[in-house]
Ligand binder design. Structure first.
Ligand code: ATP
Ligand code: MG
Length: 139
């Protein structure tokens, strides 16, 4: 089934000028970038986005990191896009990520792990709506 998922190229990756390299992995995996913009996330946006993790010990560090430099927010489209992008990203901790995945190739640590991808179709819809209007997505 054709789906849309939400992706973020995180500050550790934009800082190292890896936007194009990450996008190449995404496109080579058959996912289509149907919306994309570079933004500086506000604290309020980052806190809302990662609200599910607000009780976790790393929450403050995560919000600091996500607001520390520009990010690239994206909508990806393709067959089974949600699960497919999770495969392409690799495990949260790059030490456990499979060969060829974005996190294996580029992530620096479990916190500074280069990309975000939605974990369900339901969350993908919520996350896309947080950063994009319908007319910004051109499929
Ligand atoms: P994401 O939601 O960013 O796609 P994920 O679903 O693989 O990543 P989550 O468990 O949802 O992982 O954690 C969200 C983010 O919080 C991680 O991507 C990482 O940046 C950060 N994080 C997770 N665990 C830790 C940790 N133990 N220490 C520091 N940061 C962490
Ligand atoms: Mg997650």
């Amino acid at each position: 089934m054709t789906e849309r998922t939400f992706s973020i190229i995180k500050p550790d990756a934009t800082r190292r000028n890896l936007t194009g390299k990450v996008n190449a992995v995404i496109e080579d995996a058959g996912l289509r970038i149907v919306a994309q913009k570079r933004i500086r996330m506000s604290r309020a946006q980052a806190e809302k986005f990662y609200e599910v993790h607000k009780e976790r010990p790393f929450f403050g560090e995560l919000v600091d990191f996500m607001t520390s430099a520009p990010v690239v927010v994206q909508v990806l489209e393709g067959d089974n896009a949600v699960a497919r992008y999770r495969e392409v990203m690799g495990a949260t901790n790059p030490a456990q990520a499979a060969e060829g995945t974005i996190r294996k190739l580029y992530a620096e640590s479990v916190g500074e792990n280069s990309v975000h991808g939605s974990d369900s179709l339901e969350n993908a819809k919520i996350e896309i709506a947080q950063f994009f209007t319908d007319d910004e997505i051109v499929g």
